[in-house]
Write a protein that binds this ligand. Structure first.
Ligand code: FAD
Length: 399
């Protein structure tokens, strides 16, 4: 991939810069780029309004085909968008699940009616989505899903429990992996249902995290209903659709995530300069290493994105996930070393509470989750062991 802008890339870069300069003002600018991963409860209402500003400007559904209401942006253009977005410290997006995961899945596997019904409100930021995969006994081993759905006339009726459902409390809809063939085992007999959240059969219970906020939830389905047409792919074929969604999770959006890391590293370097820790030889070495590894991460991501037009497939996706999540966790630890004893106390603007986590503390705590969600480090290593190194496969289930 040639990293220099071609004339058309420069024009695209100028267009997004111009848009951000003229729209990222007032309450949107005041968010200072917050509201990203692990910080999604911050400034939610403002970020929701911002999503609609982006939509009106034609900056949502960036990579979606034009036929589906998207902008049809190339991978290069999407990279440029994410670079400029991060550079301008624009707010964390509210509908990553809808735009980045469900949208592309519907474009590939949805019926025309589903695309017409669900894609426009995702693009306009008027319907938010969450992902109902994990269950108390089905996390890494997703094929153990036991939430079940059965047909009753024109509807599916759903019973079961999901857990760690990010943003369920703010979502209008959930894409739910359910067992629709009661006699099936493992990945057979599953279906991918689109379920409205605002109904009596759905109960959302927030889970308080280490960061003291509640970005994710338990979700209980007790006779929840959805129309029989709200199944993506054929009934019983949900595993294939669910895996496609997971692959989209690891595409270009990942790059945006990584660009935010650069800002974070700069903040830590700034702190080290300010509190004198930059004179500590070991800290200097760790900061330099973090910088070098971040640069490697960026080039590797660009390399794996170049020449593709869709999700990043394994094993590149696994290598990238293991690398960035582990890097960010180490960065959190480095940030605490740079902070020194101040890392251990909460601060208050007024000096008399409320006592809040600093951005550094919050990021350190949340980074512990990043080596778990989207496939834990151990699972990524299993994938690499089996698919890259050709080691014997891990025994699964009853094998
Ligand atoms: C912040 C956050 C947000 C999330 N958001 C969502 C969401 O929106 N929707 C959703 O559906 N889920 C979500 N999840 C859930 C996430 O996908 C699961 O946590 C993850 O898949 C791991 O599953 P688990 O928690 O059940 O852990 P387990 O699968 O029980 O794993 C426990 C430990 O055992 C290890 N382990 C498990 N199996 C193996 C193996 N075969 N070989 C080696 N080691 C193994 C794991 O690496 C881990 O260390 C979220 C999680 C987090 C932390």
């Amino acid at each position: 991939m040639d990293l220099r802008d071609r004339p058309q890339d420069s024009a695209f870069r100028a267009e997004i810069r111009q848009f951000l300069q003229t729209h990222l003002l007032g309450e949107y600018a005041e968010l200072g780029g917050r509201g990203g991963s692990g910080d999604e409860t911050y400034g939610f209402e403002v970020r929701l309004r911002w999503e609609r500003v982006l939509a009106e400007g034609g900056w949502t559904g960036l990579g979606w085909p034009v036929d589906h209401g998207g902008r049809g942006a190339s991978i290069t253009e999407q990279v440029i968008f994410h670079e400029e977005y991060a550079r301008a410290a624009a707010p964390g997006r509210v509908n990553v699940m809808g735009e980045g995961l469900l949208g592309p899945t519907l474009i590939h596997y949805g019926t025309e009616a589903q695309q017409k019904r669900f894609l426009p409100p995702i693009r306009e930021g008027t319907e938010l989505w969450c992902q109902g995969y994990s269950e108390p006994d089905a996390g890494s081993d997703l094929a153990s899903v036991t939430t079940r759905a059965a047909r009753d006339g024109d509807e599916w009726v759903i019973h079961g429990q999901k857990v760690w459902t990010s943003l369920a409390h703010q979502s209008d809809w959930c894409f739910v992996l359910c067992r629709t063939d009661p006699d099936s085992r493992r990945h057979r007999g599953l279906s991918y249902l689109l379920v409205p959240m605002d109904q009596p059969g759905v109960e959302v219970r927030p889970i308080t995290q280490l960061t003291r906020t509640s970005e994710f939830n338990e979700v209980f389905f007790d006779g929840a209903r959805t129309h029989r047409d709200n199944v993506v792919g054929a009934p019983g074929d949900g595993w294939k659709v669910a895996l496609a969604t997971l692959a989209f999770e690891r595409g270009v959006a990942l790059l945006g995530h990584q660009l935010g890391f650069g800002r974070e590293l700069n903040r830590i370097i700034g702190l080290a300069r300010q509190n004198g820790k930059s004179r500590d030889a070991v800290i200097r070495q760790r900061l330099a290493q973090a910088h070098a590894e971040l640069t490697i991460m960026r080039y590797n991501t660009l390399r794996s994105l170049s020449g593709i037009d869709g999700p990043v497939a394994p094993p590149e996706a696994s290598i990238a996930k293991l690398y960035w999540a582990s890097w960010h966790r180490r960065l959190g630890e480095l940030a605490l070393s740079v902070s020194g004893p101040a890392a251990l106390v909460l601060v208050s603007d007024e000096g008399a509470g409320p006592y809040e986590l600093s951005e550094i503390q919050r990021s350190f705590l949340f980074s512990r989750a990043e080596t778990i969600y989207g496939g834990s480090n151990q699972i990524q290593r299993n994938i690499m062991g089996e698919r890259v190194l050709g080691l014997p496969p891990e025994p699964k289930g009853d094998q």
